[in-house]
Design a protein around this ligand. Structure first.
Ligand SMILES: [Zn+2]
Length: 81
């Protein structure tokens, strides 16, 4: 899981430091294909509001949700591409 240090780790979307009171999303390493536009979210942390505000962020949130719900199905669906 991504490393998050409150007051130090920058948000992968806006680049601003994430604080303890922020609603934050952490992505595991290797979740997204290196060729995909979501690659930059691998092993990254971001404000939930920032992710929800951009198309790639919403896509990353959706994929993370799919991964959490059923990791095996998620990995299979990705490897078939
Ligand atoms: Zn942010």
């Amino acid at each position: 899981m991504a490393l998050l240090i409150s007051g130090k780790t920058p948000c992968a979307v806006c680049g601003e430091v994430i604080h303890a009171q922020d609603e934050v999303v952490m992505f595991p390493p290797g979740l997204f294909d290196p060729r995909s536009g979501l690659h930059r979210f691998n092993d990254a942390s971001a404000h939930h509001r920032c992710l929800a505000g951009v198309e790639t962020g919403r896509q990353a949130l959706q994929e993370l949700e799919e991964f959490i719900t059923d990791p095996v199905a998620y990995v299979r669906s990705r490897s078939e591409r």
